[in-house]
Design a protein around this ligand. Structure first.
Ligand code: FES
Length: 121
């Protein structure tokens, strides 16, 4: 086990292989069991937990690229986690440029990787 860090509302640990896992047991901290929330990410049904933001749920699933830059098509991901940078823009329920680091996960959301500036669908 490697680096321990806190994302918006959940605790994760990075394994030696670089994967992300949620911490479910800890010697000092207590983690309550939370309700699973199912949503769609790029056409696949996935889940997060009640209290997650979209970005924290995707981060826990190991998703690192959430959008591509408009001009050079560079990968962008979860960065500031406080709604300041725009690096986490995604298309949510057909609406582009949603800051997923500050948008609470809701059941049935349709979340898609954003390419460029995004287009309203
Ligand atoms: S990660 Fe910076 S606005 Fe979301």
């Amino acid at each position: 086990m490697g680096l321990f860090y806190e994302s918006v509302l959940c605790y994760h640990v990075r394994s030696e292989s670089g994967g992300i896992m949620r911490i479910e047991k800890h010697p000092i901290l207590e983690f309550k069991q939370r309700e699973k929330i199912y949503f769609t990410f790029d056409g696949k049904e996935v889940f997060g937990y009640a209290g997650d933001t979209i970005a924290s749920a995707l981060d826990a699933l190991g998703v690192k690229v959430v959008s591509r830059s408009p001009i050079h098509d560079r990968a962008r991901g979860f960065y500031c986690a406080i709604g300041n940078c725009g690096s986490c823009h995604m298309v949510v329920n057909g609406v582009p440029n949603v800051k997923t680091c500050i948008t609470r996960l809701e059941p049935g959301m349709n979340v898609n990787t954003q390419k460029g500036k995004g287009q309203i669908r």
